[in-house]
Design a protein around this ligand. Structure first.
Ligand code: ZN
Length: 413
């Protein structure tokens, strides 16, 4: 959890901040590469102190590296240490630290952050070699300023974020449990019958995005025009990203405030982001045709799944801070199972939207029926500490945050 404010560097400062990003990425990637040479039985991989020593040596030998900020470069190594520690965590291991691409979002970390207020709306944060950089003071900063992370997305927007504990939400007393299904069309459907639609990309925007994508494919690698196209694409995704973030914040807050227990399906990250299959080009073997309508459906599907991931993560964080419980259950067959009699068959699913039980005749909105099954599986777990029989056998109560969902390839963070 972090408090994030938009940063507005002066033109001259942008170059310095960009250089810091480049340095942080370079140092991080060197650490990743070094780590990749290590495997069990090969003795010790260099530890944190050893890496810092190597960085100092590299700075002494390389004037280019020496020109950059040592504070930023050292912090990138500490960042890497933290990521490795998270990777080795026994109870809830994170993914292995990966190479950071020049194309992805960029950033670096400042330690011992100093901040000053300029006006009610504006503040300044001190960045090594750069001095004071202005930011919009839209969200209250945490009392304890340790680190700050400066980032730039692919649309060229700068932000500064300060790690902060998630504040507890004022919760309504006696709010009952709720099950949440991840719908196919809508993003979320609750066992109480509420539907929450996720933000979508408009037809006009999707068409423009896909046209840019086709243009990009024709443009030469590394050309200036290609960069320009990429930036235009990033500006479209930035708008969608903002709406998606707002949506996840709003809905997660509402659900945590109103329910003591929230049952959601276990995240299956790899299956969440699935690109539409590419269409092979018969005339040019090995090439692929753009697949129009399916591409647009793919965009919306990517937004939908990333909305869900963001939502699940925020629900977990907010519930943990506010004293609500979250249970993760196995979602298999929840859409085919009758909530009333338990009969499970694909034929129960009359259509995408309608559930009609072939055995008892129970009929309901398909996603609501699924959400009620999810809730029932969660409640069964609460009552029986031993593994529940049937499909719920793989369910577990978790206080661990779900793994951070992968951003779909096309969206800027
Ligand atoms: Zn039935």
């Amino acid at each position: 959890m972090a408090v994030r404010n938009r940063l507005y560097p002066a033109a001259a400062q942008v170059d310095i901040l960009s250089r810091h990003c480049e340095d942080a990425r370079l140092v991080w990637n060197l650490a990743v590469e070094q780590q990749s040479w290590w495997w069990p039985g090969r003795g010790h991989a260099p530890g944190s102190a050893e890496r810092q020593r190597q960085l100092a040596q590299a700075r002494a030998a390389e004037p280019w590296l020496r020109e950059g900020s040592s504070a930023v470069q050292q912090q990138a190594l500490r960042d890497f240490d933290r990521a490795m520690a998270a990777f080795f965590r026994p109870d809830n291991p994170a993914g292995k630290p990966k190479y950071r691409s020049k194309r992805g979002p960029q950033g670096f970390v400042v330690r011992d952050t100093k901040v000053r207020r300029v006006t009610r709306r504006w503040g300044e944060v001190r960045v090594p070699k750069c001095g004071w950089v202005r930011f919009r003071w839209t969200r209250a900063l945490p009392a304890d300023l340790g680190m700050a992370r400066v980032t730039v997305d692919r649309a060229g927007r700068w932000h500064v974020s300060f790690p902060a504990p998630q504040p507890a939400l004022a919760r309504r007393a006696g709010g009952g449990p709720v099950g949440i299904d991840r719908g196919v069309r809508t993003a979320l459907v609750t066992s109480g019958g509420q539907h929450y639609r996720a933000p979508r990309i408009s037809g006009r925007r999707a068409a423009r995005y896909l046209a840019l994508q086709r243009r990009l494919q024709r443009q030469a690698q590394g050309s200036r025009r290609r960069d320009k196209t990429r930036r235009a694409m990033a500006q479209i995704t930035a708008a969608v990203t903002d709406r998606r973030r707002d949506w996840a914040e709003k809905i997660s807050t509402r659900l945590v405030k109103e329910h003591d227990l929230i049952v959601v399906e276990k995240l299956n990250t790899p299956a969440m982001v699935r690109k539409p299959a590419a269409k092979p080009n018969r005339e040019h073997p090995g090439g692929f045709l753009p697949n129009g309508a399916r591409s647009k459906a793919g965009l919306n599907r990517a937004i939908l799944s990333s909305c869900w991931g963001l939502f699940a993560r925020r629900v977990d964080q907010k519930a943990a801070a506010s004293g609500a419980a979250v249970i993760y259950v196995d979602p298999r067959f929840t859409s085919q199972q009758c909530h009333v009699c338990g009969h499970t068959a694909p034929a129960n699913r009359d259509s995408q939207a309608v559930f009609r039980c072939q055995q008892c005749g129970h009929s309901d909105h398909a996603d609501v029926n699924a959400a009620m099954n999810i809730l029932a599986r969660g409640l069964a777990l609460m009552a029986v500490p031993a593994p529940a029989p049937g499909h719920g056998a793989h369910a577990r109560i978790s206080r661990q945050p779900p793994p951070a969902p992968r951003e779909p390839a096309w969206s800027a963070a």
